[in-house]
Design a protein around this ligand. Structure first.
Ligand SMILES: Nc1nc2c(c(=O)[nH]1)N[C@H]1C(S)=C(S)[C@@H](COP(=O)(O)O)O[C@H]1N2
Ligand SMILES: [Mo]
Length: 300
């Protein structure tokens, strides 16, 4: 790994929302003095203004709880998130069922303010708390034969009213190539604004891959499998013409039914202006090299 996101000024396990703006100003100052990390400065230079907690937690996609944007916030309270364990299996040295509390104890939690871009052409900025996926995978010990990581969401028909409908082939599954999974931007979120992540946003732990469309960021993970084959993904299975494996944010490659050139920023109100979408959602400096020599129109 060439670099890691570090910011020693951040003690992010518990960040009361009220202190948030104040702390961001301190961090911005550190960036100006050149104390921030490469990634940190990049994010600061963009002047990211996080969306309100209420927007982030009420405008959601979590089809297991319904397909309306407010269905997850209304229905996901039924999800039992404790106890919770994640099965890590496949090509790892230490396969097993890892209790969520043990994962949390083993990982050091930090904060990441990331742009989040849904394939439906809306976006937000979310202050996540969590840890790098690489740290979790390294805890389990990745074998050199592993080339991909497969993820799976919980499937609880008793708690998830949406899975009665065959919108997707449940359980929701996703996948990353190994270098994508190990990239320092690839994050496992366990919180938002310093609070435990609400169920509708993927409690108790969900993936966040900020340079890819939101559907790659699978929620409420129960299984992580290291494999040597490209894993199936829920949206690709549902509609392979419209949703590929890579799903990198790319304003130059339109979705078959709509343009990806611009995005509507959630929270800006009905008359909010659209803003141009950035290639790799603005993280090209960090991730473009992963796709060197690849045709991103073919590998959409
Ligand atoms: N299990 C599961 N994960 C999921 C989804 C889903 O329906 N089920 N929706 C995806 C989509 S399309 C998006 S845009 C993001 C939305 O995350 P958010 O609601 O926290 O903004 O979650 C992704 N992860
Ligand atoms: Mo999405």
């Amino acid at each position: 790994m060439a670099y890691r996101w570090k910011n020693d000024l951040r003690d992010c396990d518990v960040t009361p929302e009220a202190h948030f703006l104040n702390r961001r100003q301190i961090i911005a100052g550190a960036g100006a003095l050149g104390l921030g990390s490469i990634l940190g400065q990049g994010a600061m230079a963009q002047g990211l203004e996080p969306n309100a907690f209420e927007d982030i937690t009420s405008y959601c996609n979590y089809y297991e709880f319904g397909t309306g944007k407010d269905d997850p916030s209304r229905n996901a309270g039924a999800l039992t998130t404790s106890p919770w364990s994640v099965k890590i299996d496949g090509m790892v040295d230490k396969p097993g069922d890892y209790a969520f509390e043990d994962i949390q104890k083993a990982m050091s939690t930090e904060e990441r303010i990331y742009r989040f871009r849904c394939v439906e052409a809306w976006s937000m900025v979310v202050p996540w708390n969590g840890f790098e996926l690489a740290d979790l995978l390294n805890m389990a010990g990745v074998k050199s034969s592993a080339k991909y990581v497969a993820f799976q969401t919980a499937l609880r028909p008793d708690e998830m009213p949406g899975v009665r409908f065959p919108v997707l082939d449940w359980p929701y599954v996703e996948g990353l190539r190994m270098d994508e999974a190990m990239h320092p931007l690839t994050f496992v979120a366990t919180g938002i604004y310093g609070r435990d992540i609400p169920n509708q946003n993927g409690a108790p732990l969900r993936l966040v891959v900020p340079w890819k469309y939101g559907f790659k960021s699978i929620k409420s993970i129960v299984r992580i499998t290291l494999t040597d084959r490209e894993p199936p993904t829920a949206w690709n299975k549902a509609n392979p013409r419209e949703y590929g494996f890579y799903s990198n944010v790319n304003p130059e490659v339109d979705h078959p039914r709509w343009s990806q050139a611009t995005e509507r920023v959630i929270g800006g109100g009905f008359f909010a202006k659209k803003q141009p979408t950035q290639k790799f959602n603005g993280y090209g400096e960090e991730v473009a090299s992963l796709y060197a020599g690849m045709d991103l129109k073919k590998n959409f």
